[in-house]
Design a protein. Sequence first.
Length: 439
Amino acid sequence: MIISKPQSGRVRTLRNWVMSFLVGLFFTAPWIVLPSGSPLVRLDIAARKFYIFGGMFIPQEGLILWFFLLTMGLSLFFFTSVIGRVWCGWACPQTIYTDFFDRLGRLVLGNKYGKKDAPKLGVSLVYGLWIVTSFCASFAWIGYFVSPYEMVADFSSASFGDKSYPYFLAFFTFAMFVDIGFIREQFCRYACPYARFQTILMDEHSFNVTYDFKRGEPRRDGKTKVGDCISCNMCVVVCPTGIDIRDGLQVGCVACGKCVDACSSIMAKEDKKTLIGYFSLAQIETGQKIKWIRPRTVIYAALLCFVLSAATYKLMTRIPISMIAAQNKSMNPMMLDENRLRVFVQLRIQNISPVSKSYQLEAEDTAHNRKMRLLTGETANQVHLASGELKSISVVVETEALSPSQLTEAYIPGLIRVFDMSDPNIKLEKVISMRLPGT
């Protein structure tokens, strides 16, 4: 386990602002409830309802989930190719909480933090603070899946019933305590998948934490001074993963910028510019400006814009109704007088809008563009559903008199239509194939 030396500076200050914003957002988002009554963000897996920024989505809307995952992946590709491992050093929970754990350790133990001769009572207090922090972070994380207000009420009454989230809370608290407290940088160096393919996404023009080897090498050796690097090794001392940035781009570098602040402070004493900063490798080698526009960034940007445009179109044209229609196989179709066909259909209708809705149901014979009789058991074939409510309905569909040629066919094509009574333009149609008796 590596306990790096704390380092202040311009990059450290900027990271503090960014990390504070992200942690604040992480802890507050689950508690926000919109005026419509739906949470800002909630992935209710048990109820199969996913609330995201006021919209409610269901598992059947897999294309939207696919767009979301594709957007995240392409964003990772694009931003890594342009500005390197900015996620790792500035937004990754592993980096943020490791840094916070270190702050707690230094607050209690001071200079003894991370040393073998640290007082046992102080170490125990640090571990206790780590466990509390892990519990709070795990509680916030589970709040994205279970209402935090319900969890607080359950803890207040000490009654959880048959709910499973307390077990997940205990597991995540233990896992975070072990991971952030003891595994720490080893995860970044040996287990993080992103660190493995970063070298594929980056090139010599990527803007990343880089050592200016042309100015720095060869390093000072005793009193012999050739390059600007004075071999103070402060970049290694402050590195949270224990690497030497002067050896070039490495899997262990999380681009946190602590070595930038360390080198800047040392070089300032020498009246020279920092040897470590946010540069590109080509910028150091050639002295030219960073080449932001290049084939890889253009391709990633074009793909990202295409996916974002498609996702935006899908969301704007999304119909906030879900309906599944299937002919009831347990009840055979029958012929009525005047050659009218009666079939039994099972409907599952769900309101996936954030407010209550009233829907109108109707059936149509698509072969002749004429309406069919629909019996739902509901008043005027109207269904009232609260937000997220799912209702199963057994309906009867009756056609008009069939012609002799239609009686020889295997099925009659039709559809069932449901539309929002407050806005008839919002409608959903499902095709049904009405089998004739004996087919």
